[in-house]
Write a new protein. Sequence first.
Length: 462
Amino acid sequence: MRYVSTRGRAPALTFEEAMMTGLARDGGLYVPESVPALSPDEIAALAGLPYEDVAFRIMRPFTGEAFGDDALRGCIARAYAGFGHAARAPLVQLGPNHFLLELFHGPTLAFKDFAMQLIGQLFELSLGRTGRRLTIVGATSGDTGSAAIEAFRGLANVDVFILFPRGRVSEVQRRQMTTPVEPNVHAIALDGDFDDCQARVKDMFNDFAFRDEVGLAGVNSINWARVLAQVVYYVTAATALGAPHRAVDFTVPTGNFGDIYAGRVAQRMGLPVGRLVVATNQNDILDRCLRTGEYRPTGVLPSASPSMDIQVSSNFERALFDAHGRDGEAVARLMADLRETGGFRLAPEPLGRLREAFASGRASEAETLATIARIRAETGEVLCPHTAVGVKVAAEHLGRNPMVTLATAHPAKFPEAVEAAIGIRPPLPNRMADLYQRPERVTEAPNDLAALEALIRDRRAA
Ligand SMILES: *Cc1c(COP(=O)(O)O)cnc(C)c1O
């Protein structure tokens, strides 16, 4: 299996190379040259299998020669062993034909653990064979950084440095980054906001001498291996609800479009997915684009669902590539327009294709909190604010197929928003109930490239 760039001007790579590279050299995102298909019988055979077995069968055709069967099975087993639920991604019924897919039983209580835990194991395996050592540097507004630290803590061939804006992440998010004791993880509280964190990481990647010296690598949401890991739970959910004999709809709380794009990949593999519904908060650029054809970032408004507060939705480029008949030149032109004129307008044909693939809706702040309160009253379930955005939008798209809304985080990760909605602070699960007692270890750093590079050189050598 080869991977090609959405902008058509970077060399095709293997799975392993695409995973290690992240962003293509032409600025594009890697996608598989073709999507392997599963027959209805093969899908039926997945029903009821353990999550790890489904993961192996779904991912195996995409990973190619990079990993042997036993090695891949081992990575999958280690990735999900620490989850707090035997089903990994259990379904809970919310209404007559509406289900929640709980994706928050991983170590940092958000769905990003599904991909990040696996990518940690795959990196370790790949680096162990070559004897290479990498330095992972990332910027986070909360969930990605904690998931990356959990995934790479204690691994032998990787140092991980996460920059977060000092004083601007939730206490649970901060503690998840600052309490791991392993010497290869480094939480850095930057004197700046999230955009500063992202800008300094970008600067480091553009400092080629530094980049080569420390073996810089990224694991942000555009990494194809992360998308692939997320395909699996669409399959376990749909087969549990009757696929391949019955189609299933999904609603996905969306920011960078990685999670919902995984649903699109599952559909292209042959899973009978009826509708894929993009749910956005008040930062509704994707909903507006699907309705009007105009993609124009207007500035981020902070919301109760911060992991969906985005300006530019990076994985949307993969959907644009598909909608333009996999024409990399066309995608490169749109991205140049975005950079040079602040937006782009889709032609009628690609817009039509996008609308065939994706429905959409949005939830205001008031609607998000009202949905947490309503669902609590109707069912006793307590939703996180991201999931509440999804449930609000899903309710507008209920049809004959079962609807599955992805529950992307545990409510205890966002206690302030939940308390504002229902007056109750949701407790942390037992296995991390002592999070508030564990000692924190954090390095404060100025918003300065040279100082950050010196810090990273110093710490990774230690
Ligand atoms: C990252 C995140 C999202 C958005 O997922 P994308 O793949 O970026 O669309 C939604 N909810 C939570 C809790 C997240 O952490």
